[in-house]
Design a protein around this ligand. Sequence first.
Ligand code: PMV
Length: 334
Amino acid sequence: MHVITSAPGKVTLFGEHAVVYGEPALVTSIDKRVYVRLRLRDDKAIKISAQDLHIPGLIVTLREEEVILETDYGKVIPAISYIKKAIELTADYVGKFRGVDIEVTSDMPVGAGLGTSAAVAIATIYAYLQALKEELSKEEIARLGWRVEKEVQGMASPMDTSIATFGGFLYIKYRGSEVTLRRLKINTQLPLVIGYVEREFKTADMVKKVKVLYDKYPGIVKDIFSTIGRITEEALRALEVSDVIRLGELMNINQGLLDAIGVSNSKLSTLVYVARAAGALGAKLTGAGGGGCVIALAPGRSREVAVAMRLAGARTIDTSIGGEGVRVEKVINA
Ligand code: PMV
């Protein structure tokens, strides 16, 4: 029996970095997904194939046991670690272990800050559970995925794994292991253009950089975070009444504060400015920064904004948001 599952990527609309300090964030899934095809084996081996990742600019190298995925915009992802850890922790959790053959494919760029590692982890957990005929709640799946990310990366918030599990829009806040999640019903059309550029630093490096600034200027940086928290709350109200003008303005204010804590860079700032000049209502970096992605809210101007970003050196993705969380795509009984 083969099981094919998929989980969506994501963008953070508001509140990255501040979320690490207990402030709320708003995050949404996108309609680009990662797919995992899994088959149980009769032995205990875990065999992973990621060669099918047809992504422009992706180099796949097989080095010893590890599949290394490198993108030509500068990110290396040890994808196999997430898959192996997801299998191990799930097996441990349900108290059953069977080896697996796994194939991973993706219809979004890997390692650009769109939450692909969390999507891989969650889709793997879900496929393995289906194959083992075990049922866990979505909450348990999201928590398992969070543990996978923490064990592989050393540090991670529950944001990416929660959105990969539930999809849609989430309001999320956490402190230690205590997570507050609100699944939001949003009817607003939010045409986002995503532009991405080379990522110079890993998420963990950016989080550390912010921590250094926080320790040096605690009073100032704490105030910046609580202001970002207020922006997020205000954005939630704007989303609820479909006020896209206000949302755009709030994105711009959030961007200014992300710049203030040192996570933007000249490439990201350039994209933000060209997007606004091309008619975006608002634009900001999304995720950890130091390269990676910019999102622009551009109702009726998506094409112009995408062209402007590409002329400024970015790759772009046109996507709608709020896609479904982890799901079974197919079960093939063969
Ligand atoms: O770069 P990403 O998509 O992994 O986003 C990181 C978001 C941070 O708030 C900076 C860190 C976190 O763990 O929430």
